[in-house]
Design a protein around this ligand. Structure first.
Ligand SMILES: [Zn+2]
Length: 468
């Protein structure tokens, strides 16, 4: 199967050029000013071609709670989320993975990292449901089942106040055995479906669980992923538990490395940043979620200056509350002007695009296959229609794509050389049916949760907030 995209605008080192791009099978086989018209011909005039973005951290099932949860800090927001997602089934997970894939594709993404919630007793079925959805859409997916061996209250520092935390409903050994099974059953990198080891975070995981994840990852060459220092409470907890930083502890446990991506990275010290760079670990920037939950502003400029790789993620739809990569790239690249006076360190639109594509690929150990427009790389490509009102008039297309408010700008998408979006529509999913299912399987909801109420007074006390 060949495709030739004719006379399309692509970025070069300092401007743009017009070229033909040829796809054969799942790869880019030729890029030149003029190529013989082979296979399906696509008119690229008045269009911009970019490598697909990587939505480097999300939780697809949170789509069912988007717009629902009040402005709260992570620990209390999570209590609301846990309550709200009780009763979620593999069928829900299938539908929200479809929805997450569609929104990611239509905002320029071709790969999703799904840090997937797996309801107790339905773990395998839930992963199967998400994998089925990504296969049907034709999305490249890294599925990292959310595993932990402590309950949520353990994520709040004790502050020296005595408290009892109930043991977790699963043993560490059974979680490791589950991961073995999931890898065996679903990890098919050559087909674009990867299982990754993705413990929730140090705040909810024992050292034994993390060490077992590292061992599994080494044995099967799996990517590693976790939440890292998202909140001030997590920074305090690491000091309480280890007496030093969470990044240092992950280093001791062998978790850091070139195939490791770490979501949030808000509360890093300068030493942590140096450690991230030295171990070639990737920080995933989730700016909208960090704003929504009041987590803080990740030191992304410092990370970049230290030579650490940074990519972009939407984070789950209940803390964003959408899956729009272009929105995340805009906020995530402009946010830092308020913390850094030296404008020479600010992120340009081209750098932002590169972080979202090549940066994402580096964090997944796939920089040799994804993230740039190059012969020999996989054809994960996005074609933008530059005649949309939001991308007119003609100035700098990448500048306007990042800094503007592009609407319906994605005209075509290929993943692994296969067309999945044409004329601005995802062609692999029955969209009318998906919308109907999302409507029918949900209801209007409001109201705070009892679980949050049970955690709130301890949280306020430990974080130095007024009681009552
Ligand atoms: Zn997350």
């Amino acid at each position: 199967m060949s495709t030739t995209i004719q006379q399309v605008l692509v970025p070069d080192s300092d401007g743009y050029q017009t070229v033909d791009v040829q796809i054969e099978g799942d790869s880019i086989v030729a890029i030149a000013p003029h190529l013989p018209p082979l296979g399906t011909l696509v008119d690229g005039s008045q269009k911009l071609l970019l490598p697909g973005f990587i939505n480097a951290h999300t939780h697809s099932s949170e789509m069912w709670q988007r717009g629902l949860i009040a402005p709260l800090p992570l620990e209390l927001w999570l209590a609301e989320l846990y309550d709200a997602c009780a009763g979620i089934t593999p069928e829900h997970i299938y539908l929200s993975a479809l929805g997450t894939a569609v929104e990611t594709l239509l905002s320029g993404g071709t790969t999703v990292v799904d840090h997937l919630a797996i309801p107790p007793g339905q773990e395998v079925e839930s992963v199967a449901a998400a994998v089925r959805a990504y296969r049907e859409v034709g999305m490249r997916a890294f599925v990292g089942p959310l595993i932990q061996d402590s309950d949520l209250p353990a994520s709040v520092p004790s502050g020296g106040i005595p408290r009892t935390i109930a043991p977790y409903h699963r043993t560490t050994e059974s979680i490791v055995a589950l991961m073995e099974q999931l890898v065996e059953q679903f990890h098919r990198p050559e087909e674009g479906i990867h299982i990754m080891v993705a413990p929730t975070g140090l705040q909810l995981c024992s050292d034994a669980l993390i060490e077992n994840c590292v061992e599994l990852s080494d044995r099967h060459q799996l990517c590693r992923h976790t939440h890292l220092l998202e909140t001030k409470a997590q920074q305090m907890l690491a000091q309480e538990k280890y007496g030093y930083s969470a990044v240092e502890h992950l280093k001791h446990l062998g978790f850091l490395g070139p195939r490791t991506s770490l979501a949030h990275c808000v509360w890093l010290t300068d030493d942590d940043i140096a450690l991230m760079a030295a171990t070639q670990s990737t920080a995933v920037h989730n700016p909208l979620s960090n704003l929504r939950l009041g987590s803080g502003i990740a030191p992304v400029l410092k990370l970049r200056q230290a030579g650490a790789n940074v990519s972009f993620g939407c984070d789950g739809s209940a803390s964003n509350d959408a899956q729009d990569m272009l929105e995340v790239i805009k906020i995530g690249s402009t946010l830092h002007t308020i913390t850094e006076f030296d404008y020479r360190h600010w992120i340009s639109p081209r750098e932002a695009i590169q972080m979202a594509s090549l940066g994402g690929a580096i964090g997944l150990g796939l920089a040799d296959q994804l993230g740039t427009l190059e012969v020999g790389k996989k054809a994960d490509l996005v074609l933008y229609d530059l005649t949309r009102l939001s991308l007119l008039p003609r100035t700098d297309p990448i500048g306007l794509l990042v800094l503007g408010r592009p609407t319906q700008a994605v005209e075509r998408v290929w993943v692994q050389g296969k067309p999945v979006v044409e004329d601005g529509q995802v062609t692999t999913v029955d969209m009318a049916q998906l919308r109907q299912e999302l409507w029918q399987q949900s209801q209007w909801e409001t109201g705070p949760s009892a679980y949050r109420a049970s955690m709130e007074s301890h949280y306020r006390q430990v974080m130095g907030l007024k009681a009552g």
